[in-house]
Design a protein around this ligand. Sequence first.
Ligand code: 13P
Length: 288
Amino acid sequence: MLTHISELLADAKQNSYILGAFNVDNLETTIAVVRAAEAQKSPLIVQISERTIKYGGLKTMTAMIETMVRDEAGNIPIALHLDHGRSFRSVAECIAAGFSSIMIDNSDVPFKENVILTRQSVEYAHKKDVWVQGELGVVKGLEEASPDDREKFMTDPAEAKQFVEETEVDTLAVAVGNVHGIVKLKKGLPKLNIARLREINQSIPNTPLVLHGASGLQADQVKETFTYGIKIVNLNTELKLEFTNSLRDALIAHQEYYDVRDILKGPTDALQRVVEEKLALFGSAHRV
Ligand code: 13P
């Protein structure tokens, strides 16, 4: 059941569990995530990026997700979110398409500009009853920042307070040593700065924090963040890797395959299993 993200977060808060936000790109990845939610009786967030919108089309993607959630997820609450919106235009288009939550990511511009641009989206979104996620500090890809650099891109707790007060964002993506993308899985995983996360949480205790770049992180490390305000965990790369590795294996093992439905069944099931494992880790399984 497509549900407003505020309802998911309220229930997660009341019952002390965390929400997974899973990126989907096409029919099969959406099937995997929605079926995982249903199989585990778990609320979750389905998110798409601007690149996915370019790839599949906003209307097509939205209609597909909405239909699948309605037909396959029964009463399981699922929220639809724009991941890393970079422009006001994408924000407005996703709001028009029926998303209950959007991210406006201006983390790469100076603080004041980030406040102004984020505030613009918040004012627009709140009028339409849509929640907004901002980002402060920069969650880099490892290719963009050395481990030493990463410290200077981390979210500043005092700035976080000012940012939330001035923009009125509903949720905040923080940079506490986390990095996006695949490079970390090859070059060594980052260590999260839990002390920094705790300080951020203390300065904005009522703002649900979002952990981006969770792919590949040790389960214990991810769990530790739950004590300090992380309420949403974003996963993308790990899902893509599972799907692609399984696809590669299927094509090598079954040279006779020529039907796309045979080829994609194994990878879709493999992805669903990974999502189900994450739901168990987040404590959101069997909540409905
Ligand atoms: P990963 O690709 O590292 O899982 O990060 C996902 C993410 O943060 C999406 O916003």
